[in-house]
Design a protein around this ligand. Structure first.
Ligand SMILES: [Zn+2]
Length: 206
């Protein structure tokens, strides 16, 4: 399904691999409220020497995602609704020995780029985690840009994905009704806290 794009080398930033179970959660979470932003946490692990399209490389593997239920959201924003609830999510994940590796959120404004508000939010978030004694070596922020698609003919309910430079584009058909579907572009960004920079990572599906 996904093929590496030309020019990908081992020297590029560490790739992010989204497992199928994680992808299912992400897509369902975004399409639950396609006209509102949504978001949550990414749970995963750094993995050494994973075979990705014939090359062994170190990557960040995303095992699952947790959609935050106590969020406040609308057109163009989502935020935490309740700090204590948020802390309980983090404590629960950590108490079970899983690694919190980042966050995801959807966009409905036709952009998979991080906004200035997103960048400020990530810096605050990271400091909050540090104040809880949680150290994260690699924090990743994923943006899922959701667009509605209408078809003139009936579509079979199906799904496809294709690479788009560093990103992945998912198309779901037959969602809501057989003349509708959604396209979702997935982009991920590392948080380089020393330089306050957000370089884009390369995303893969297994
Ligand atoms: Zn955003």
């Amino acid at each position: 399904m996904i093929r590496p794009t030309v020019g990908f080398t081992m020297n590029e930033d560490k790739p992010v691999v989204i497992t199928e179970s994680c992808l299912a959660v992400l897509v369902a979470s975004c399409l639950e409220t396609p006209s509102k932003e949504t978001g949550g946490f990414l749970i995963g692990r750094e993995e050494e020497n994973r075979l990705i399209y014939g090359q062994r490389m170190d990557c960040l593997r995303l095992d699952t995602a947790y959609p935050v239920q106590t969020k406040k959201s609308g057109r163009g924003y989502w935020k935490l609704g309740n700090l204590r609830a948020y802390n309980r999510i983090i404590d629960a994940i950590k108490s079970m020995g899983f690694d919190l590796v980042g966050e995801y959120h959807s966009h409905i404004d036709n952009s998979a780029e991080l906004s200035d508000d997103d960048k400020k939010f990530i810096e605050i978030e990271y400091r909050r985690l540090e104040s809880k004694g949680i150290e994260i070596s690699n924090w990743v922020e994923m943006v899922l840009n959701v667009n509605e698609k209408k078809y003139e003919r009936r579509q079979a309910r199906n799904y496809s994905c294709s690479p788009l430079k560093n990103r992945i584009k998912i198309i779901t058909k037959g969602v809501r009704d057989l003349y509708m579907g959604y396209s979702i572009t997935i982009a991920t960004y590392w948080f380089d806290r020393e330089n306050h920079a957000f370089p884009e990572a390369k995303v893969f599906l297994p």
